[in-house]
Design a protein around this ligand. Structure first.
Ligand SMILES: Nc1ncnc2c1ncn2[C@@H]1O[C@H](COP(=O)(O)OP(=O)(O)OP(=O)(O)O)[C@@H](O)[C@H]1O
Ligand SMILES: [Mg+2]
Length: 387
């Protein structure tokens, strides 16, 4: 994500600061909930950066494509604390190692209950040293086994000084494996609504170097209903067509976020769009994999998209600057093109579960081979704890 200074949000930042300051009274939960692009991740990230000073932060930001990979979330949360496994009962440590693909499951399948107990055990151990902040962005995309582990641990913390900082998309609540306010301890909900007129003004100036006339700014603010992502996209589009923001005029740009980001992706060269589609299709997109899938140089092909701030490349890892852009890149492709990319990825990937997902997405009708492979993957995933 491209970040900068947080503008506005004085009330929300105060609630976050208060949540962190009350660690003595943990376990507690704070849920940031709002529509796509409202600014949840921005606040969530700011809070966890502040929290790192005094707390042990376990964080995960699942991608939509990851929702099917068993224990991906638990793996992220426990990244960097594997040394605590030694303090657990051996069966729990074993189950955790198996869930994180560090070793094969002892009895042929991962014991999800042992994973959950192990996870709770890790929280207890860590919390004896410093309060633990468990931070989950986009809870609606957390893989199901991880969600169950979180729910199990969350409802059995007792006096453990652990806090949950959750962000979730309001319109995708239906995807949740559990309602955080029902399961997690002492839950406070913090709705993330629109930014004020002044905050939108500051945002456009800081991020795009744009100073719009007051009427144009009012139009952007009203059209976006204060949604920062929507406002940034509207202003980008307006800036690209200078006549579109003459005072008093309506903006001659598409008026939904979907159309706006779709148009931004559509402006990319055809090869770049194909590379973007590949990136959007992957759970963990890396340059070498994308190069192999597109039979070209991914870094060079993606360069125009980096310039347009659609993706960023850090080391070999590629990330969309926003999940809404990933969705747009995926949706922009025609189904035949998507199937081709999934077919290419299915042959390239080592992870059997992910491989089979691509194989399934590479076909458009019932296929005996795929059905058999899916059965196999389902058995594999069950063995690792999926339902
Ligand atoms: N208070 C803020 N100050 C500065 N920039 C902001 C602020 N809020 C949001 N933004 C910017 O607006 C865009 C959308 O914000 P963000 O990614 O946090 O939204 P979100 O609610 O997490 O969206 P999604 O549900 O799609 O994940 C980002 O580019 C972010 O940097
Ligand atoms: Mg977000």
């Amino acid at each position: 994500m491209v970040t900068g200074e947080v503008v506005g949000r004085e009330t929300e930042l105060a609630v976050l600061a208060e949540f962190l300051a009350a660690a003595e009274a943990w376990p507690r939960t704070l849920v940031l909930e709002g529509e796509a692009g409202a600014g949840k991740t921005t606040l969530w990230q700011t809070a966890i950066e502040d929290a790192r000073v005094e707390f042990r932060v376990l964080a995960t930001r699942p991608l939509e494509t990851e929702a099917k990979l068993a224990f991906a979330g638990v793996g992220d949360l426990l990244d960097g604390v594997h040394d605590t496994f030694g303090g657990l009962q051996e069966p729990q440590a074993q189950a955790l190692r198996a869930a994180l693909l560090l070793e094969s499951p002892a009895a042929g399948s991962v014991d999800e209950r042992a994973v959950a107990l192990g996870f709770l055990g890790v929280l207890r151990l860590l919390a004896t040293e410093q309060p633990v902040l468990i931070a989950v962005d986009d809870l609606q995309w957390l893989d199901l086994p991880s969600a169950r582990v979180l729910a199990f641990a969350g409802s059995r913390l007792g006096e453990v000084r652990a806090g949950f900082l959750i962000a979730l998309r309001a319109e995708e609540r239906w995807r949740l494996a559990f309602a955080p306010e029902r399961i997690l301890p002492a839950c406070t909900q913090l709705p993330i609504g629109g930014l004020t007129f002044d905050a939108i003004h500051q945002l456009l100036r800081a991020r795009l170097g744009l100073v719009l006339s007051r009427p144009a700014l009012r139009l952007v603010h009203e059209t976006a209903a204060g949604n920062p992502f929507f406002a940034l996209e509207l202003a980008r589009a307006a800036a690209a067509k200078p006549t579109a923001h003459l005072p008093g005029e309506t903006l001659h740009v598409p008026l939904t976020v979907r159309e706006l980001v779709g148009a931004r992706v559509a402006e990319q060269p055809v090869e770049t769009r194909r590379a973007l589609l590949t990136v959007a299709a992957l759970a963990d997109p890396r340059l070498d994999l994308v190069s192999a899938a597109i039979a070209g140089d991914a870094a060079a092909t993606l360069d125009p998209a980096v310039v347009a701030e659609i993706v960023s490349v850090v080391g070999s890892r590629i990330r969309f600057t926003h999940p809404l852009l990933a969705a747009a890149a995926y949706e922009a492709a025609v189904p035949g093109e998507r199937r081709k990319i999934h077919a290419a990825l299915a042959t390239l990937l080592g992870d059997r579960e992910e491989q089979v997902r691509h194989l399934a997405l590479a076909t458009d009708g019932p296929d005996a081979n795929v059905a058999a492979a899916l059965d196999e993957a389902a058995a594999l995933a069950r063995a690792r704890g999926a339902p």
